[in-house]
Design a protein around this ligand. Structure first.
Ligand code: ZN
Length: 431
């Protein structure tokens, strides 16, 4: 599928949840389904007096990968950026916004989340922090709660976590099914997700459904057959949890190949809890992303460096399970493209905060503040095979985050501080 093109969202997608915050919903709904002329005013706006602007265009500013421009301005028209550069050379516009000497960065691209669920797993977290190891089986708790929830409850939950994410600077997010594990419940989760984003992932292969505990082959047949048929119309991506206790390499290959045959593009939960075939399978199948990448052999790193598959690191999971950190430095030094995302889910990483993940990546995973910022913006865009987001350059969507700080470095330098003070999405100021 062409990057940025809207997937085949069905006409039967549900009406938005009436209890939702309309501004947040409008802000977070993926506007790629809307023509630019209708998605925002065509009046032009200049954001000026920006102390430091991250463009993610290495031909601009300091010529680093961040393309950092000091004393900068950004011109927006409609839903797009039309000009960036030195504020002394800014074009005339209809409106002006004074950034007050703060930093502007691209809106975060959270390319990995699990937001369609009900209930929480406070007790599991509490027990784990008391020394009990994490296992994939905890997902079944959320499956039971999600199946029991109404459509309105699921939609309200998604809206709530999107509002959190928006307030922390996220302007694009991907989200998945995976807590239904029946044909009806997986399709329902994707319908709920598709009301909020076009980056929807079918994860029927999260774990083997409890009903198929004695017949995993039967569940794979369901996931690649009737469930896929019901889910494919709502999704752009197909995913599988390739891990001991979930799906092995042969099962994962069968599941992703079936999805590809239906027009879905693969991404994989790979090498999170142990070494395994997931990463090399991701590269073999040209998956957009191999997610987690915590336990990697040299051959895994070489495979990632040789292909177009992004390594998406999800440090919220290691934080919340007291697990070994993924080695971002090793991947970056090998030339692998790295993304940083939240993995927001109720079991192993219940954070919607990309800034928190940036701080963890800098503190514990060997990333520089510049690398972490790039990975959480342009890296996330690459993991979604998008070039119209994750950058502040002419032609890109005007998705911008204003920090109450003079530099993006403060995201790691001042961890836990709510620095996001403004957000523009598709050219509209939404925070
Ligand atoms: Zn995940």
């Amino acid at each position: 599928m062409t990057p940025g093109r809207a997937p085949g969202r069905p006409d039967s997608a549900p009406e938005p949840d009436p209890t939702a915050d309309q501004a947040t919903k409008d802000a977070m709904s993926n506007a790629t389904t809307v023509s630019p002329a209708h998605s925002a005013s065509t009046a032009s706006t200049l954001i000026t007096n920006i102390a430091s602007l991250v463009t993610n265009d290495s031909s601009l500013g300091d010529r680093s990968p961040l393309g950092l421009v000091h004393d900068a301005a950004v011109a927006i028209e409609g839903d797009r950026v039309v000009w960036t550069g030195d504020q002394s050379k800014a074009p005339a516009t209809d409106n002006r916004v004074d950034a007050g000497g703060r930093a502007v960065i691209p809106g975060f691209v959270d390319s990995h989340s699990h937001l369609v669920f009900a209930g929480d797993r406070t007790q599991e977290f509490n027990a784990r922090m008391s020394g009990r190891p994490y296992s994939a089986g905890g997902i079944r708790t959320t499956v039971a709660a999600t199946r029991a929830a109404s459509d309105a409850e699921l939609a309200a939950n998604v809206t709530r976590y999107l509002r959190e994410a928006l307030h922390q600077g996220t302007t694009t997010f991907e989200t998945k099914s995976g807590y239904g594990l029946t044909v009806e419940d997986e399709a329902r989760a994707l319908r709920v997700a598709a009301a909020h984003t076009d980056e929807v992932t079918y994860l029927g292969a999260h774990i083997v459904a409890p009903e198929f505990a004695e017949d995993p082959a039967g569940y794979v047949a369901l996931v690649t057959g009737e469930m896929l048929d019901a889910c494919a119309p709502y999704a752009r991506w197909i995913d599988v949890f390739c891990e001991k206790g979930a799906f092995d390499g042969d099962q994962a290959r069968a599941i992703l190949s079936a999805g590809k045959a239906k027009g879905l593009h693969p991404r994989i939960h790979a090498n999170q809890l142990s070494y395994g075939p997931g990463v090399q399978l991701a590269v073999e199948l040209d998956a957009a992303s191999a997610d987690h990448c915590t336990h990697l052999t040299d051959a895994d790193v070489d495979a990632l460096a040789s292909g177009d598959t992004v390594a998406t690191l999800l440090p919220g999971a290691e934080f919340s399970t007291r697990a070994e950190w993924p080695d971002a430095r090793r991947l970056l030094d090998a030339g692998v493209t790295v993304a940083l995302s939240t993995d927001c889910n109720p079991g192993s990483s219940f954070t919607s905060s990309v800034p928190f993940c940036v701080a963890l990546a800098v503190r514990d995973m060997g990333m520089t503040p510049d690398e972490a910022l790039w990975s959480a913006t342009a890296g996330g865009a690459a993991a979604l095979r998008r070039t119209d987001i994750g950058r502040v350059t002419p032609g890109a969507y005007a998705d911008l985050t204003l920090l109450d700080a003079p530099s993006h470095v403060h995201l790691a330098y001042r961890p836990g501080v709510p620095l996001v003070t403004g957000v523009w999405r598709r050219g509209e100021r939404v925070l």
